[in-house]
Design a protein around this ligand. Structure first.
Ligand SMILES: *[C@@H]1O[C@H](CO)[C@@H](O)[C@H](O)[C@H]1NC(C)=O
Ligand SMILES: *[C@@H]1O[C@H](CO)[C@@H](O)[C@H](O)[C@H]1NC(C)=O
Ligand SMILES: *[C@@H]1O[C@H](CO)[C@@H](O)[C@H](O)[C@H]1NC(C)=O
Ligand SMILES: *[C@@H]1O[C@H](CO)[C@@H](O)[C@H](O)[C@H]1NC(C)=O
Ligand SMILES: *[C@@H]1O[C@H](CO)[C@@H](O)[C@H](O)[C@H]1NC(C)=O
Ligand SMILES: *[C@@H]1O[C@H](CO)[C@@H](O)[C@H](O)[C@H]1NC(C)=O
Ligand SMILES: *[C@@H]1O[C@H](CO)[C@@H](O)[C@H](O)[C@H]1NC(C)=O
Ligand SMILES: *[C@@H]1O[C@H](CO)[C@@H](O)[C@H](O)[C@H]1NC(C)=O
Ligand SMILES: *[C@@H]1O[C@H](CO)[C@@H](O)[C@H](O)[C@H]1NC(C)=O
Length: 491
């Protein structure tokens, strides 16, 4: 089974937006990701952390002004090298889907700014120029930043833009150091308005610039992600993101197609209703059964579903001698020869998901080969139709499957060794399915399916739910690596 290494679905966590919900088009979504309320809060915190990281240090323009000082007259004061080097957003921030987009409001922000100041004074009263300089630190208090982001579907990718961004500075505390700094507190007014205005202008400008980078990143995400040589995942976004009161849903085509050729389109399903069995999780990922069936179809058509069995726990069963009495002609024609079972799928296995279980139907042809000297001779072919049911478990960022045999039926397709009574081999086949086939399948499934997670994030407490035709993963997300998003590579 393919390992889904590259699915960058979780990247969605960062690109939350709400646009007027458009009618669902004729396009087909087979994977839906719903970022729930606490998922949005998490995304907001990550976004804010990234914003703070990329905003600081922020260089603000300098200023030079003439101020009037009683008795002295005009004095030229200047501030230069004004640098906002620390931002503290605290935890007073909110995120919610608004009318025209996703709104993030952070209030009570404090910031630290450093600057150099100087002043120059010369007049007819004094024959020499008087000048001084020093540094100042500025504490910005009660800053508020509001951003409205819009995410739209642009030709199958997500396009992000900032429709509104504002910054308001309530209070500045400027402390001068150096020179006769106590004296220059009087110049504070000259700088205060400038710094306030500079911050209120620079922060939104830089946020919009950062959003532009995020937008390029999003639009640059590949539409198809090759899982291996055979299969590719269609990552085309379908529809605009849709928002609820406190959640956003993204729909993705999500079907596995051949890496070389296209497959046919499969059926469309109604979209995910926001439900996680009453459990509150950050992220809900719903996968249609079509996603699994499209993958199985691709691997079937690529001819990779073959299996030759020459070892079984009871090895004597793979010798014609054991079949002397049940299939006499096999033994007469090939006495004491070793046998092989050449198993191939007659059609792509089918997965059926219901609220009770995940069921699979496997339709295989089992050719009995006899090793007659150097030659391998096919002597009979039995059609085996197996129904199995599966369970899904998770650990870390992986999903593991297990299957168990429910039932099976046998039919003789052709034979060169006379009629074989299926009822006589039923018991042996059951043992074979239980001791060889199911463990084999489980060892393949046991490699697990790597869940779509961006580098540096881990799914936590994944909870799996099945409903009609759908598998839903409900999960929390934790940040395991605080490296910058900008440099984060997808798994
Ligand atoms: C500007 O300020 C930074 C830190 O606040 C300081 O390291 C740097 O030397 C200053 N540059 C000038 C030209 O004063
Ligand atoms: C949090 O934000 C709200 C709304 O902007 C504001 O009224 C409140 O004073 C803030 N609380 C703190 C601790 O900053
Ligand atoms: C920012 O300024 C405040 C008040 O002056 C101070 O307590 C805090 O340590 C400063 N932060 C940094 C990172 O310098
Ligand atoms: C400007 O201020 C920084 C610290 O805020 C200081 O390191 C630097 O030397 C100052 N530059 C001048 C030219 O005074
Ligand atoms: C839309 O996407 C397709 C497939 O990636 C591409 O070939 C086409 O040029 C894109 N169209 C526009 C208008 O960007
Ligand atoms: C959204 O909020 C409105 C008003 O608060 C409420 O009537 C509606 O039922 C809510 N919808 C959902 C899906 O929670
Ligand atoms: C991927 O999905 C989109 C949207 O459903 C569809 O238009 C496109 O043909 C699909 N691509 C492939 C290779 O199947
Ligand atoms: C197994 O059977 C297939 C046809 O079903 C055949 O192409 C293949 O060569 C066979 N392999 C062996 C090892 O007998
Ligand atoms: C975090 O990611 C960076 C870059 O991808 C890597 O160099 C670093 O070792 C990682 N740290 C941890 C704790 O995983």
């Amino acid at each position: 089974m393919a390992q889904l290494h590259h699915l960058p679905l979780l990247i969605l966590l960062f690109f939350s937006a709400a646009t007027a919900a458009s009618a669902r088009g004729t396009d087909e979504a087979h994977v839906s990701a719903v970022v729930a309320e606490n998922g949005l809060a998490f995304a907001k915190d990550v976004l804010i952390g990234e914003a703070v990281r990329s905003l600081t240090p922020l260089r603000l323009p300098g200023v030079e002004k003439a101020v009037r000082v009683p008795f002295l007259g005009g004095v030229s004061v200047a501030a230069s090298n004004i640098t906002l080097f620390h931002l503290d957003v605290g935890d007073n921030s909110t995120v919610y889907p608004g009318d025209s987009g996703l709104v993030v409001v952070a209030s009570g922000i404090t910031a630290n700014i450093s600057m150099n100041w100087s002043y120059r004074y010369d007049s007819w009263l004094f024959p020499i120029e008087i000048a001084d300089s020093g540094t100042a630190s500025i504490l910005v208090q009660g800053m508020e930043v509001g951003i409205t982001m819009v995410i739209k579907n642009s030709n199958g990718s997500l396009a992000l833009s900032v429709s509104q961004c504002g910054c308001y500075v309530k209070d500045l505390v400027i402390s001068f150091y150096g020179g006769a700094s106590w004296f220059y507190q009087g110049f504070i007014n000259a700088f205060e308005d400038h710094i306030k205005a500079a911050v209120e202008k620079a922060i939104p400008e830089n946020i919009i610039e950062g959003a532009g980078k995020l937008d390029s990143f999003l639009q640059g995400l590949p539409r198809t992600v090759n899982l291996d040589d055979v299969a590719a995942l269609n990552m085309t976004f379908v529809n605009d993101p849709q928002y609820g009161n406190s959640s956003i849903e993204f729909d993705i085509n999500g079907l596995i197609t051949s890496a070389v050729a296209k497959t046919t389109n499969l059926q469309k399903h109604p979209h995910l209703s926001l439900s996680c069995g009453g459990v509150s999780k950050m992220l809900l990922l719903s996968l249609d059964e079509d996603v699994f069936n499209s993958a199985l179809d691709v691997y079937f058509k690529a001819g990779s579903m073959h299996w030759v069995v020459d070892k079984v726990p009871e090895q004597s069963l793979l010798n014609t001698a054991s079949w002397k009495f049940i299939i006499p002609r096999l033994y007469w024609n090939y006495p004491n020869d070793d046998m092989l079972l050449n198993i191939s799928m007659a059609s792509a296995p089918m997965i059926r998901i219901t609220s009770e279980k995940i069921g699979a139907t496997i339709n295989a042809d089992m050719i009995i080969d006899v090793a007659d000297g150097k030659e391998t001779v096919p002597v009979a072919c039995i059609s085996v139709v197996v129904s199995a049911s599966g369970t899904v478990e998770t650990s870390d960022n992986k999903v593991y499957g297990r299957v168990g045999l429910d039932d099976f039926s046998l039919a003789l397709k052709w034979s060169k060794i006379g009629n074989i009574h299926m009822s006589l081999i039923q018991r042996v086949i059951r043992v074979f399915l239980n001791t060889v086939c199911m463990p084999y399948l489980n060892s393949r499934l046991g490699n697990g399916l790597i869940l779509p997670v961006v580098h540096g994030f881990t799914l936590q407490d994944v909870y799996i739910l099945t409903s009609a035709k759908q598998l839903t993963l409900c999960s929390d997300v934790i940040r395991t690596n605080a490296s910058s998003l900008a440099s984060s590579a997808l798994l």
